[in-house]
Design a protein around this ligand. Structure first.
Ligand code: FES
Ligand SMILES: [Fe+2]
Length: 385
């Protein structure tokens, strides 16, 4: 509703935006694939406003420590793995996965209180996860990332994996969970069903779409539509069970979409695709499909990124009836930015919301028919501009 100012001018809606929080979300974050990070060499990762070193010790355990040596600040990720420890390149102090200095080779004893910051780790389905908690508490047993059925068996392909840096605060990618309309305008989808359920640390998006006839047939078998059930488990890790419907049948895929913050204004976005093999889709064809779908998903994320790069941060979005529950998903997301003791029921209670797609579909079909009649391709950000 608008009110009139004394001078008779309609009140202008102001965009409100506080600076992004300097605190980083509590929860499991995937840092990448163990096939890359677990090769016995030290790896440096900029995350959570600092720098981490990841290394696998001779005992096979993957460790994550603050990269800066507590002796005189050497960068441990430039060091060397020696046995179960990471040796600093500056004066060879040896740090164990528990964060304790185990040895100073040139000294009679290790200084007392020689301890550095560590992150609890978990290896699962070929990925390395770290638990971030500003309160430095251990991960609760019930806050887990589910294992993905079939993955890691010979029925599914290996991960086809992408990593990219996005220069914005990671709340933007969380807003996407509830954003039905952008699927049409940004991703060239034609939503036919859209629903969200938030409960505890899980936020799910149910999305059904049909192929848009005005997008051209493209290469390969025509996709009739997709069915997607995508859940965030905690603040940063989404598993999307994504089924592509073709004329000849359905194809199951799993799409992972995860990120970790570099700092409050940038994050690393990673996504991985695996495809189910079958008699009709043997190993090499399944891998080709994973690569092709990966390229397709990459295009989708690049479209989102093109928007995020230029958009304003907005704390008070102005919504219409056919928009999804932006304020509620942000309330759900807030649980990861407060102390565990300060999590309130409205952040974690079950919340369900389904968008009636009737009105949007009418408008969108009209636009599609108009494009077809005029032999015009839709204008999609990042693709046709
Ligand atoms: S700074 Fe690391 S050993 Fe001296
Ligand atoms: Fe998107």
């Amino acid at each position: 509703m608008t009110s009139l100012q004394p001078d008779g001018v309609d009140e202008v809606r102001q965009i409100e935006a506080q600076a992004a929080p300097a605190r980083f979300a509590r929860g499991w974050h995937c840092l990448g694939l163990t096939r890359d990070l677990g090769d016995g060499k030290p790896h440096s990762i900029n995350a959570f406003g600092g720098k981490l070193v990841v290394f696998r010790g001779a005992d096979g355990k993957l460790n994550v420590l603050d990269a800066y040596c507590r002796h005189m600040g050497g960068d441990l990720s430039d060091g060397e793995v020696k046995g179960n420890e990471i040796a600093c390149p500056f004066h060879d102090w040896r740090w164990g996965g528990d964060g304790r200095c185990k040895q100073v080779p040139y000294s009679r004893r290790v200084p007392k209180l020689a301890r550095t910051a560590t992150w609890p780790t978990m290896e699962q389905d070929g990925m390395l996860f770290v638990w971030n908690d500003p309160e430095k508490k251990a991960p609760p047993a019930d806050v887990t990332i589910p294992t993905i059925e079939g993955v890691g068996t010979d029925k599914w392909t290996d991960w086809h994996w992408y990593t990219t840096v996005v220069e914005t605060n990671c709340r933007e990618i969380i807003d996407n969970i509830v954003d039905m309309a952008h699927f049409f305008y940004i991703h060239g989808g034609l939503p036919t069903g859209f629903k969200n359920i938030f409960e505890g640390h899980v936020a799910t998006q149910y999305y059904k779409s049909e192929a848009r006839p005005d997008l051209g047939s493209g290469e390969g078998a025509a996709i009739l539509g997709t069915t997607s059930v995508a859940s965030y488990y905690g603040p940063s890790f989404m598993i999307d069970e994504l089924t592509y419907h073709y004329e000849h049948g359905d194809q199951s895929t799993v799409l992972l979409n995860c990120h970790y913050p570099i700092d409050e204004n940038s994050f690393v976005l990673q996504y991985g695709i695996t495809v189910e093999k079958s008699d009709a889709v043997p190993e090499d064809l399944a891998m080709q499909m994973a690569v092709a779908l990966g390229d397709f998903v990459k295009m989708g994320f690049e479209q989102d990124v093109a928007i995020w790069r230029r958009k304003a941060r907005i704390d008070n979005p102005l919504l219409c009836e056919e928009d999804g529950p932006v304020y509620q998903v942000r309330r759900w997301y807030e649980q990861f930015y407060v102390d565990a003791a300060d999590v309130t029921p409205d952040m974690v209670d079950r919340f369900e919301f389904e968008i009636d797609t009737t009105r949007p579909r009418e408008a969108w079909m009209k636009e599609v028919e108009d494009n077809l009649a005029n032999n015009r391709l839709p204008r999609l950000v990042g693709l046709t501009t």
